[in-house]
Ligand binder design. Structure first.
Ligand SMILES: [Zn+2]
Length: 350
């Protein structure tokens, strides 16, 4: 009987109604924060119900699909709302709604749900008055709204293998192996049970092996994130005591829709992946240290524990020339503690 059901239905049956969408890990069609509602609203016309006399710009950070935040801004005018991240993303439409508020250094931070991701800002201005309205995400100059596309076709086995081998053999992977060690087994493709569970990657500690599912990833960023997340699991398996010490003051994830919510192991793997992303992103930025450190605050806000992982990883030899190394590791209590915990064992052969 089950053979005739489409995969998506099987997946829904296997997972059940309480399944939490794994944000950074969400294949298309699963993630959408409000898939059903979005379709209902999509026909209501662009900006029905609001008019403001001048356009307003709201600056903040956009975290698409659970991935690390990138700076961006929302322009609100009587033409509509546009969210433009600093990175190139395909143009899409979504709705905006306030998810929750948080606190950072005594200031309120407003976290809005937008297009299977969140936009956070300390100065929301008109956004607070526009819940449920349509917003365009992506470059305002793009003429067409695009549908998201997978990195490679799930049916093209050669392309799946090629992508999995490429990402696990490149310089990015090499830096992760230097930090977390190299899995003993060569990379595999995700099996059926992992796919049905909605996973995009899997680390099996007993076999020291890694499997990926590039056929359901939407871009290179998600691929890189998944690799860092899975190798983070490898580090967890090899250095339990170490991670326990690092993790002692970390608060839980606030957002119930973010991957890792209510699950310490997954939360830690997300914090590790976020930390790697932060160090890689800021390695290229010379000069504006303050802006880089502010960016870290926003990583930490979405995935607490990122900061302590960043401080720890920044002490490793691979980051000895990182422009933020001194700022990240100097004179802070938790960083001092990290120094005394010591550095990684070389695990490339274990
Ligand atoms: Zn995981």
């Amino acid at each position: 009987m089950s053979r005739s059901l489409p995969l998506a239905v099987l997946a829904a049956l296997a997972i059940g109604p309480n399944w939490t969408p794994p944000a950074g890990y969400v294949p298309i069609g699963r993630s959408a924060v409000d898939t059903v509602r979005r379709q209902a609203i999509a026909n209501e016309g662009p900006v029905a119900g609001f008019r403001i006399s001048r356009s307003a710009i709201v600056s903040g950070y956009f975290s698409p699909r659970g991935l690390p935040p990138i700076p961006g801004q929302v322009t609100v005018s009587d033409e509509g709302m546009v969210l433009e991240p600093t990175e190139d993303l395909p143009a899409r439409t979504s709705t905006i709604s306030l998810a929750y508020t948080d606190n950072h250094d005594g200031a309120s931070v407003y976290v809005f749900r937008v297009d299977a991701g969140v936009f956070e800002t300390t100065a929301p201005g008109p956004l607070l008055d526009l819940p449920g309205h349509q917003i365009r995400v992506g470059p305002s100059k793009a003429i067409k709204v695009q549908t998201e596309r997978y990195l490679v076709s799930a049916r093209d086995s050669a392309a799946l293998w090629k992508t999995a081998r490429r990402i696990t053999a490149g310089t990015y992977a090499d830096s992760l192996y230097t930090l977390f060690g190299h899995p003993r087994a060569s990379v595999g493709l995700m099996g059926k049970s992992g796919r049905l569970a909605g996973r995009l990657g899997e680390y099996i500690a007993s076999r020291d092996s890694l499997a990926l599912d590039p056929g359901r990833m939407i871009g290179e960023t998600q691929l890189r994130h998944t690799l860092a997340h899975e190798l983070g699991h490898r580090w967890q398996a090899k250095a339990k005591a170490q991670i326990k010490i690092l993790w002692s003051d970390v608060r839980p994830i606030r957002d119930p829709k973010r991957y890792g919510y209510g699950d310490t192991e997954e939360h830690q793997a997300e914090a590790i992946a976020f930390a790697v992303n932060f160090l890689q992103t800021t390695a290229r930025i010379r000069g504006d240290q303050a802006a880089s450190l502010t960016l870290l605050d926003h990583y930490e806000l979405l995935v607490p524990g990122t900061r302590i992982m960043v401080r720890y990883l920044a002490l490793q030899p691979i980051y000895r020339n990182h422009p933020l190394r001194r700022a990240l590791t100097a004179s802070q209590d938790s960083a001092k503690r990290v120094v005394f915990v010591g550095s990684f064992r070389r695990t490339s052969k274990d």
